[in-house]
Design a protein around this ligand. Sequence first.
Ligand SMILES: [Zn+2]
Length: 397
Amino acid sequence: MEFAYRCTECDRQFDITPERMLCPDCAALQEENRPLRGTLEVRLSGELVPPWSAGNTAEPSGDGVRRFPYAQMLPVESRFFPSVPVGNSPLWEPDRLRKALGRPGIFLKDDTTNPTGSLKDRASLLVAAFARQHGIRDIVVASTGNAASSMAGIGAAAGLSVKIFVPVSAPRAKLVQSLQYGADVTVVDGTYDDAYRASMEYSTTHGGLSRNTAYNPLTIEGKKTVALEIFAQLGRMPDVVLVPTGDGVILGGVFKGFEDLIELGLAGTMPTVIAVQAEGSSAISRALDSGDFADPLPGKTVADSIAVGVPANGYAATKKLARYGGRCVEISDAAILDAQRALSSQSGLFAEPAAAASLAGLLASDAIPSDAVTVLLITGTGLKDIEAASRLVRLPE
Ligand SMILES: [Zn+2]
């Protein structure tokens, strides 16, 4: 299998190197307060070597994604992956939730089981492997919390030094988690966008590989593994996938995984992908309606993991939604917290608010046939943000 970067705007191709993050032609058109221009995606070509026959030694043994049958669809060889069980997360068939909603085709893709408790580990794993491949020791990342704690944890497993910039609003649990993993954490008195700027300045002056989401193309590429697994676990493409959406990177990864399967002739048509956004953080949804991104509004929602003013991957995400007939649905914070409680009490899966947004999105989408094979992407554990989860329960005296 061969890999190259391709610009999501002009299709120009580049070699995959640590220095290459954006297409210089399109990045030159970058405007203030707009999504990133010139983001790259990995283009793969060639044929899969059937890796899952008995006795085949082409695939190294190990845990998680390293053992995943489609490891050869990733642009970094498995031998560089740190020994940490990312991916291969369970696909639940939640009986009681199915009955309660009259939807027998619901599945929960439970990415709370990743080592640091969120789907972001899929991106961190590939970035860490890439750093090891190129002998890079330092990683720099700005994050509202999950990407930071994820990079800290996977970086710890990989023996990398991780420098993190978080906005002052980041939930305490995610900060503590990052510090436990041994990361160097700087709290920025400002928004995510301020933390992002601080991280870019730092990597310009101090060096290190940036894991900033969408900016580093491997973040989207790593997240595609969730789509590959859904396909492998169902034995077919789902009919509908609901994806909690803030900056559009997980959304981009889900599309990319399904696209690769179609490209390689393993699957037929793209599922209906529904991007679920909070009403207070809905830049991608508004851009899909209006055709372009307007001046940003502050991303305000109880679901901190999908709170963003300027969605970094906004252009590529809306392009994919439009190309494949995807949709956006906007939901209120109250609906998110209700869905969090419903998911916990009817399936046994305690998800963070951003993750429960996929269930809230399903409840708000009446156009989905009741018997459709419908996958809810559960992107992070509820233990990441106990404050939000406390709102709808009463603690005993
Ligand atoms: Zn370009």
